[in-house]
Design a protein around this ligand. Sequence first.
Ligand SMILES: C[S@@+](CC[C@H](N)C(=O)[O-])C[C@H]1O[C@@H](n2cnc3c(N)ncnc32)[C@H](O)[C@@H]1O
Length: 301
Amino acid sequence: MPTYVTTHTGGTPTTRTASLLSTTLTHLDPSSPAYSTILDAHSLVSGEEAYIERNTSELIVPAGHAVPEKEVREAWDELLRKTTETDWKAVKDRGETKFELGAGMCSGPYEAVVLQNFALMQQAKTVLEIGVFTGTATLALALLPSVTQVVALDIEPYLSIFNAPYWTRAGVSSKIDFRIAPALESLAKLKQEGHEGFDLVFIDADKPSYREYVEQVLELGLLKKNGVILADNTLYKGYPWAPPPSTDQSAYAESNRTNNKSKSEATKGIDDFNTYVRDHPDLETAVLPIRDGITIIRRRV
Ligand SMILES: C[S@@+](CC[C@H](N)C(=O)[O-])C[C@H]1O[C@@H](n2cnc3c(N)ncnc32)[C@H](O)[C@@H]1O
């Protein structure tokens, strides 16, 4: 049974529902008929993520990898632990990052295995990741034997110092091309360099720019003919269809710690993106309720 070092802490529609039900329970009389129903609903949603993780394999470490499996797993576990334990506010306060990052940004060990499976099914050779954070998905994808290159884009120079030792220990550094700049600039540069395009593109950066990332990847010819784009957080905690009630608008509207600006702007960005890809005449999409939502996008066949 997998024993993950961390359980992802970023919100999802399910974890938000669990939190709403938990609040409701504190206001209910335990002897009321509604209490046991809400308690059931709470156990249903609050246990789902752990159940899914328990029944999903651990990180795929291919047989014959250059670094022994035990060492890869140690590096992986330490990277996850350090992602969770780092005081990201202090890092920002010391001026080491422009924006305040947070452990909840990490897509986590379960999603890493999901991404590895997508890449394996597609036999992806070249991968583009837009938004890297501590590079767990980067490491997981670069581990796969079919993958020869992961071009990883982020805006925070601090992350290259943070991530590099783990990528080296896992024996994947030579496959990772980490570029620090606003992602739209890096995409233009890839085009100028004549990059032949990617089999798999994983979009996981600032939400208001998602639509532009897809537009640019397509316009610049960075998606191979049978390439697939995966976009993370496309359900965005359920806010696109269930924004917080008017009594709880302040945190939603306030600028948050990242350059996602506010949750309401991020929600709008995600909703616009979802509509854009759905209505695009050349694209087919499927939204999967994996954690905070992963959308698969491919060219119309
Ligand atoms: C959700 S995290 C990425 C998580 C990562 N893909 C994973 O699987 O754990 C978002 C990242 O996007 C980066 N980011 C935000 N705006 C960006 C931009 N304009 N260009 C490049 N990276 C950006 C942030 O610095 C942050 O590291």
